[in-house]
Design a protein around this ligand. Structure first.
Ligand SMILES: NC(=O)c1ccc[n+]([C@@H]2O[C@H](COP(=O)([O-])OP(=O)(O)OC[C@H]3O[C@@H](n4cnc5c(N)ncnc54)[C@H](OP(=O)(O)O)[C@@H]3O)[C@@H](O)[C@H]2O)c1
Length: 329
């Protein structure tokens, strides 16, 4: 089996979890870590051993031993960093939100096509066992005709608050950071909405501290979604149809969630066992990228470019309705 040689671009919080899980995936190697300054990359490599320690992103994208780069910078930089990697012939796994708007996502995809390199949005939940089980339940008709989706995701931002959460230049706001999971799950089961209503409460920087959305479907379904940086919410998802309901308990997007099935009335709970995931849960998407690269693919058959474009189109429309604006719009 060909070893896939990974580079990490940006040594922040999520990069740490990713690096820990990368070590669990056979046939992968953490070949290089890169930070804007060498000392940060060196501290990172002390925790997560890497063959090469690099003090600039440019050094990483030009490194001859690196096959694929995991982009772990704030979303305001994803477009710039993904294109930088791909123009240097590197394959890319880029954190969510993939970019700030649909125009940027489409430009990234065009570069992937031109350069013939792999590009995927790191929407890790799509690769997790509980997500697969959810889709299996729906396919098998265990919920009957889907009628509604009710999802909330919220936490009171920590102090000191990371700049990326509220800075519009970095893509701040609850929608692109956590509301994206609400939308992703709603779209997974109901598809792209026919109409969207949205409203937000603004932080002092103008980005959404909270964002509330209602998606309506001609087939008679409705989704009600809330993201919040103001309060600690249950962070649960209810997916309901004429024959039953599924509740993904705290935290619905993570492998640690509990999968509860209510085939009848509200008090008839059955807990469905889910395969226990290893590590933080990022190993599934990593193994998938490895497989895609070994197969010579430029696009994932699971998290497709169409999936990323449609997700961003919906977020653009939510922002338009709620009045959330970024400079790049
Ligand atoms: N999939 C998930 O479960 C998950 C979870 C959390 C976050 N995320 C996503 O991952 C991305 C990063 O989130 P994070 O929580 O890891 O952020 P973070 O801790 O702030 O790390 C981001 C890193 O980006 C680099 N960076 C480059 N320019 C920067 C700038 N102007 N300001 C701040 N950082 C800059 C820095 O690395 P250097 O200093 O090393 O250059 C920084 O450590 C976001 O897009 C977020 O949505 C995904």
């Amino acid at each position: 089996m060909k070893t896939i040689r990974w580079g990490i671009l940006g040594c922040g919080k999520i990069a740490r979890k990713f690096a820990a899980d990368l070590a669990l995936v056979s046939g992968s190697e953490l070949t290089a870590v890169a930070s804007r300054d060498y000392a940060t990359a060196a501290a990172f490599a002390a925790e997560f051993p890497s063959k090469h320690i690099l003090g600039s992103y440019e050094a990483l994208v030009s490194h001859p031993e690196v096959d694929v780069i995991y982009i772990a910078t704030p979303h305001g930089f994803h477009h710039e960093h993904a294109i930088l990697c791909m123009k240097h012939g590197k394959h890319v796994l880029c954190e969510k939100a993939f970019a700030l708007n649909t125009r940027q996502v489409k430009e990234m995809i065009e570069v992937a096509k031109e350069e013939k390199v792999f590009l995927m949005e790191a929407l890790w939940s799509k690769f997790l066992p509980h997500y697969k089980k959810l889709m299996e339940f729906i396919r098998e008709g265990k919920l009957g005709e889907l009628k509604n989706v009710l999802i909330n995701f919220g936490f009171a931002t920590p102090v000191p608050t990371p700049a990326r959460m509220y800075d519009p230049k970095l893509g701040g706001g609850s929608l692109l950071d956590i509301g994206i999971y609400n939308i992703f799950f709603a779209m997974s089961v109901l598809g792209k909405p026919d109409t969207i209503e949205a409203s937000m409460t603004a932080a002092s920087t103008g980005v959404d501290e909270q964002c509330s959305m209602v998606f309506k479907y001609k087939k008679g379904a409705i989704a009600q979604l809330l993201s919040s940086f103001s309060t600690n919410l249950a962070t649960e998802a209810d997916i309901s149809g004429t024959q039953g309901r599924i509740r993904l308990k705290t935290r619905f997007y993570e492998p640690s969630t509990t999968f509860a099935y209510y085939p009848g009335r509200v008090d008839s709970e059955t807990i469905i066992p889910i395969e226990k995931s290893i590590g933080w849960g990022y190993s599934y998407e990593i193994a998938h990228v490895n497989d895609c690269l070994r197969a010579g693919l430029v696009e994932s058959p699971v998290m497709t470019w169409k999936d990323s474009v449609e997700l961003m189109e919906v977020m653009d429309e939510v922002r338009r309705k709620a009045g959330i604006v970024y400079e790049v719009d």
